[in-house]
Design a protein around this ligand. Structure first.
Ligand code: GLY
Length: 425
């Protein structure tokens, strides 16, 4: 079969990497793709300079290239309704309808959805000015969590220890407009202590299978300090006890699918539940209507089947069985200096960003190959991936892979996976 992946980041390269290892695949295409996908002697994918927003040309492209199905990676095309357009043209696609993608597009919409579905989540207030935020915070205990309503590439969450910090974050959103319209409205949310779990399912809106559980490290710096990022590293699988698993399914996943069905929102794809596991049980922090980045990088290597075939069935509205390997995967993000707010681009990458062994390799997120050299081209540049029999061997592989490249001011957390198991008590 021939598959088209939409997107250009680490998640999409991880998909291409997995599809390339699927026996059923003939040709892989990416729009726009990245240089990591087309590097090496056997390029993994053909990358095309086509704008996904031009859906008419995209449909023509799919027909000409005999694309079996399209996998849409990032949130923007999902929120813009690309899945609906492709399906209307008869092209099977992995991803939710535009209506369902609202679960990610608007934090206010998703909180109201959670309330309607009676899903455990923290108390919140809708705010759209500094003054409203400072008034509303009187009903909340610190630390204060302020989340931009719209899409901000994982950077629109502020965790503020004091009212002073909250005021400054609110000014950034509503007055300095650092996220433009995406930050013109926000929610102020009660902070809930616990440990975070990325709980991803593959669903057709009625049934679901749970992918290997993973844990992201969202803060820039070690010991969960510094600003929020798109994610600085992940580890999988996270084992949880059966009771907790059942509780998540019963109180969060089940009610979500029931309400999606009631609202007649079509959903053929990956639904990501960002959970906080608290002493009182699991609480839902947020929905993402897609694979996580960098969760994808550690989930896909744990699937023991033809992944391209698996997702072909998903694109047709079926939920195939999942076969999981008995191994572990780790991902350590190598970021540019200045990430997340102002990443430096065009820095020369020394070493070999295409180096790989049987148990470690790079997934490319924001690197480009130009005039015979590799350069930084985004905030998260490379993902060092390690696979092993245990979490510690996967982490050791990932960190040893990370050493194969360097650039001035490279940012990398050295504590990925360290707290994961301590946290769970
Ligand atoms: N890793 C978090 C996200 O994909 O949104």
């Amino acid at each position: 079969m021939n598959i088209l992946v939409i997107g250009h980041g680490g998640r999409e390269h991880a998909l291409i990497h997995a599809f390339r290892r699927s026996p059923s695949v003939k040709n892989l295409h990416a729009i726009p793709g990245n240089d990591g996908m087309r590097s090496g002697e056997n390029p993994a994918a053909m990358c095309h300079n086509l704008d996904w927003k031009d859906s008419k040309s995209l449909v023509e492209f799919c027909r000409k290239q005999e694309i079996s199905y399209v996998f849409i990676g990032p949130e923007d095309p999902l929120v813009a309704g690309l899945c609906d357009k492709l399906r209307e043209a008869g092209i099977p696609t992995v991803g939710p309808s535009q209506a369902a993608a609202h679960l990610e597009a608007s934090k206010i919409f998703s909180k109201n959805f959670m309330l309607e579905a009676k899903i455990p989540t923290s108390a919140f207030a809708k705010v759209s000015s500094v003054q409203q935020t400072m008034q509303a915070c009187e009903s909340f205990a610190p630390p204060y969590v302020l989340k931009a309503d719209g899409l901000c590439a994982g950077k629109g969450v502020f965790i503020c220890k004091t009212k002073f910090d909250l005021e400054s974050a609110a000014k950034d959103l509503f007055e300095n407009k650092i996220f433009g319209d995406a930050g013109s409205k926000a929610i102020l949310e009660q902070f809930i202590p616990g440990w975070e779990l990325s709980y991803l399912v593959v669903t057709n809106g009625l049934q679901f299978v749970t992918l290997p559980l993973s844990q992201d490290h969202k803060r820039l710096l070690e010991n969960d300090a510094g600003p929020n990022t798109g994610g600085m590293g992940t580890i999988a699988p996270i084992e949880i006890d059966l009771d907790l698993h059942e509780r998540i399914k019963k109180t969060i996943v089940g009610p979500t699918l029931e309400l999606l069905k009631k609202k007649e929102f079509l959903y053929y794809g990956v639904l990501y539940f960002g959970l906080m596991i608290t002493d009182q049980g699991p609480q839902l922090l947020e929905y993402n209507c897609r694979f996580g980045d960098p969760e994808t990088q550690v989930i896909l290597p744990l699937l023991d089947q033809d992944i391209a075939k698996f997702f072909q069935q998903v694109a047709m509205g079926e939920i195939p069985n999942l076969k999981i390997k008995n191994s572990a995967a780790a991902c350590v993000i190598l970021a540019s200096p200045g990430y997340p707010m102002n990443p430096q681009k065009e820095l020369l990458i020394e070493g070999n960003p295409t180096a790989c062994t049987d148990s470690s390799y790079f997934i490319h997120a924001g690197a480009k190959f130009q005039d015979g050299t590799w350069k930084t081209a985004g905030g998260r540049v490379l993902c060092a991936i390690g696979i092993g029999q245990t979490h510690s061997s996967a982490l050791a592989q990932a960190y040893s892979q990370a050493k194969m490249v360097r650039w001035p001011g490279l940012q990398m957390r050295m504590d990925i996976g360290k707290k994961t198991f301590v946290n769970r008590g």
